[in-house]
Design a protein around this ligand. Structure first.
Ligand code: FES
Ligand code: FES
Length: 226
């Protein structure tokens, strides 16, 4: 296929790049240097490749790059910087929500899309928003807590209930992750999570009625109707 010149607006910056028509947005972004967009399953199951397109979270592995031309694309790096992080980015750090970190860009962007639409989501809405994002490290509890606390206007861990009311000891093992056993480890295998083992059959929130952008079918051979 002949490459075509495509203009992609990413994190407020315009890129003119030559792409073959079958290039997915995932590969286009990574080739442009946006390696904060992660490649996982490449078939819409894991959410690692999540980006926001015109305010909607989508799996970039399922979208042809040229279909994003002229739209506003936001990757997780577009939310904030190390010096001035987005509250969600700060909370994920404060709560120790990232283990290997591979799922975190997609998780944070799913959370951002949720909070944009529902600034004070219910626990169920948080779970639903994350239902298309898989964490191989099974760190869902801390991810959930980080989002929940940002929604409550808090970005730092609060005293754990198990430490008693008014306890001054910070929740979790802040700054000591290497030596304190991780609470998620050893539990994830026995406590079923809505994200585990269901993702293949449960549609991601960006696949369905709310999506306005054509997506690839699973073989990447053409668009699917929505
Ligand atoms: S890499 Fe896109 S959903 Fe898994
Ligand atoms: S932190 Fe490792 S996959 Fe989620």
């Amino acid at each position: 296929m002949e490459p075509k010149l495509v203009k992609l607006n990413v994190n407020g910056r315009a890129h003119h790049t030559a792409l073959t028509p079958n290039t997915t947005l995932l590969y286009a972004l990574r080739d442009l240097g946006y390696t904060d967009v992660k490649s996982g399953c490449e078939k819409g199951d894991c959410g690692a490749c999540g980006v926001m397109v015109d305010g909607t979270i989508i799996n970039s592995c399922l979208l042809l790059a040229w279909l994003a031309e002229g739209r506003e694309i936001i990757t997780v790096a577009g939310l904030g910087t190390a010096e001035n992080p987005h509250p969600l980015q700060k909370a994920f750090v404060d709560f120790g929500a990232a283990q290997c970190g591979y799922c975190i860009p997609g998780m944070i962007l799913s959370a951002k899309a949720l909070l944009d639409e529902h600034p004070q989501p219910t626990d169920e809405q948080i779970r639903e928003a994350l239902s298309g994002n898989l964490c191989r490290c099974t760190g869902y509890v801390r991810i959930f807590e980080a989002i929940q606390n940002v929604a409550r206007g808090l970005t730092s861990p609060q005293p754990s209930r198990s430490q008693g009311e008014g306890a001054s000891v910070p929740h979790h093992d802040q700054g000591a992750a290497a030596t304190v056993p991780h609470p998620d480890q050893g539990e994830g295998a026995t406590v079923p999570h809505h994200n585990q083992g269901e993702a293949a059959s449960v549609p991601h929130h960006d696949q369905g009625a709310g999506v306005k952008i054509p997506l690839l079918d699973k073989e990447g051979l053409g668009e699917v109707s929505q």
